[in-house]
Design a protein around this ligand. Structure first.
Ligand code: AMP
Length: 115
């Protein structure tokens, strides 16, 4: 892992602002700065994990927690017609920030396959 803080670690540390809509002891959820849908939220663990490829077996409950937070946020945001949950991983996965993050996208129809 690079010594330099990622932009998401800087958000966790309060060094740069974000539109935070939820936080607890394990994670933070904030609005994506370049939304790809009317609702576009990122849920990130406070723990510095670069990507899914870097998960340890002990991170299983943390990952489950992130998905339960996504479920609750989707309900709160009224995404009753469905939504998409995405975790881009590595170069071919289109990951641009090396701090694991879960995208929650909704309030429009999302085509498949993705680009
Ligand atoms: P990914 O391409 O999966 O790594 O997603 C990174 C996401 O982080 C992109 O959708 C960016 O728009 C978003 N992003 C980058 N910097 C910020 C920031 N400072 N605040 C909120 N979202 C950001």
């Amino acid at each position: 892992m690079s010594e330099e803080k990622t932009i998401f670690k800087r958000i966790i540390d309060g060094e740069i602002p974000a539109d935070i809509i939820f936080e607890d002891e394990q994670c933070l959820a904030f609005k994506d700065v370049h939304p790809q849908a009317p609702v576009h939220v990122l849920v990130i663990p406070r723990k510095e994990i670069p990507s899914i490829a870097h998960l340890s077996d002990e991170d299983g409950s943390l990952m489950g927690h992130l998905l339960l937070v996504v479920r609750d946020l989707a309900r709160q945001l009224g995404l009753d017609d469905g939504y998409r949950v995405v975790i881009n991983t590595g170069e071919n996965g289109g990951q641009t920030v090396d701090h694991l993050h879960v995208h929650l996208l909704g309030e429009r129809y999302l085509g498949w396959p993705p680009g």
